[in-house]
Design a protein around this ligand. Structure first.
Ligand code: ACO
Ligand code: OAA
Length: 374
């Protein structure tokens, strides 16, 4: 069934399968994971609880959470062969390509031999992805070989510790926790659909995630947070932002971090990350980026009825925490790997190979012309 309001291009509005993991925009703006509202999860949960929920189907008990977090902690180390690969990736590579290669190499070293090993493979990826990106980043940018086995209590704090070589403040660790929760899962978005298509061929889980990383990289999807940062960084103040955005709209440029394929009125993740960005701005004494971001939001709504998606205020929030812009989308990977892999398992549990049809628009049937007559 094609939803006429949305139109059929890009498969928009077409149901492509079933999921018990997530609802997006059911009442115009909402988001739930396994029935839990995103606002409540972002306020009360730890990312590791959400990760457990997506991989095991229910929130953990206190004992299960402690055991799960201890397991993740024990899985942060990098195999020597993976370190060698990371050390050979150039400094000017895109960090999403580093993630893609890192995930793929992990699949060579720690292959998922059969589907009963899925949860172990998932836990390993959740635990080690921050190590992969930070090991490469610190080696190529700071010339150091870091120890990735840290004592941090959470995935978010682990990432910040590796990146900055010191434990994060409580506020920064809290914002990372919320951010990882907000990005964890989003139904049949492009990268998740990529993972499900791969899973439907009964491929291994590292191949599914490697493909999904490649899809998330693009600026129309996860890469929008980096593109939004590049844009707002170029504005001197809110008035300058207004002038530039109006020009961009006149030229019909895409404004990154705005609009959404499914939400029509707002992205429920925006209101949450925006609040944290405001708090961080106060903490670090920013009086440019946050007001510029707010002005962009106002103009886009006033002029186009376009709203900020999850990526827009993530840009300033990450920047305030001292995270380099090119590492923004890899953080999305550290989080979304939980959603992708939950979808892989769901696809496997009720599988038929995903193979749609196409309307043919090419030439009529014709006969082969020998090369010397062309
Ligand atoms: C975490 C995430 O992945 S969230 C998405 C991140 N991506 C971005 O922020 C990139 C910028 N946004 C976009 O490119 C789009 O809004 C997408 C890719 C997210 C959704 O694409 P679609 O579903 O095709 O958008 P939609 O059908 O709502 O577009 C309606 C109209 O608004 C315009 N529009 C949508 N978003 C924007 C934008 N950010 N800037 C300017 N115009 C826009 C479209 O060009 C379209 O105009 P048209 O009818 O004249 O062609
Ligand atoms: O759902 C989408 O199309 C994109 C998105 O917001 C996400 O993947 O988080």
């Amino acid at each position: 069934m094609v939803d006429k309001a949305l139109g059929g291009a890009g498969l928009r509005g077409q149901v492509a399968g079933q999921t018990a993991l997530c609802t997006v925009g059911q009442t115009g703006s909402g988001l739930t994971y396994c029935g839990y509202d995103i606002a409540e999860l972002a306020e009360k949960a730890q990312f590791e609880e959400v990760s457990f929920l997506l991989s095991r189907g229910e929130l953990p008990t206190a004992a299960e959470l402690a055991e799960y977090k201890a397991k993740l902690k024990s899985l942060r180390g990098l195999p020597a062969a993976l370190k060698t690969v990371l050390e050979n990736i150039p400094k000017d590579a895109h960090p999403m390509d580093v993630m893609r290669t890192g995930c793929s190499m992990l699949g060579n070293l720690e292959m998922e031999h059969d589907f009963s090993q899925a949860n172990d493979a998932i836990d390993r990826m959740v635990a080690v992805f921050p190590s992969i990106i930070c090991y490469w980043y610190r080696f190529t940018h700071d010339g150091v070989r870091i120890e990735t086995q840290t004592d941090d209590d959470s995935v978010g704090a682990h990432f910040l510790t590796l990146l900055h070589d010191k434990a994060p403040s409580e506020l920064f660790a809290q914002v990372m926790n919320v951010s990882l929760i907000l990005y964890a899962e989003h139904e049949f978005n492009a990268s998740t659909f990529t993972g499900r298509v791969c899973a439907s061929t009964l491929s291994d889980i590292h191949s599914c995630v490697t493909g999904a990383i490649g899809t998330l990289r693009g600026p129309l999807h996860g890469g929008a947070n980096e593109a939004a940062m590049d844009m707002i960084e170029g504005f001197k103040d809110a008035d300058h932002a207004e002038q530039e955005i109006m020009g961009m709209l006149e030229r019909k440029d895409k404004i990154m971090g705005f609009g959404h394929a499914i939400y029509r009125e707002s992205d429920p993740r925006n209101v949450i990350i925006k609040k944290w960005s405001e708090k961080l701005a106060a903490e670090v004494g920013d009086d440019v980026l946050y007001p510029v971001s707010v002005r962009c939001e106002e103009i886009m709504w006033r002029e186009k009825k376009l709203f900020c998606n999850a990526d827009f205020f993530h840009a300033s929030a990450y920047h305030f925490m001292g995270i380099p812009t090119k590492l923004f989308t890899p953080i999305f990977v550290m989080s979304r790997v939980t959603g992708w892999t939950a979808h892989v398992k769901e696809q496997r549990a009720n599988n038929r190979i995903i193979r749609p049809s196409a309307d043919y628009t090419g030439p009529e049937a014709r006969s082969y012309t020998p090369i010397e007559s062309r």
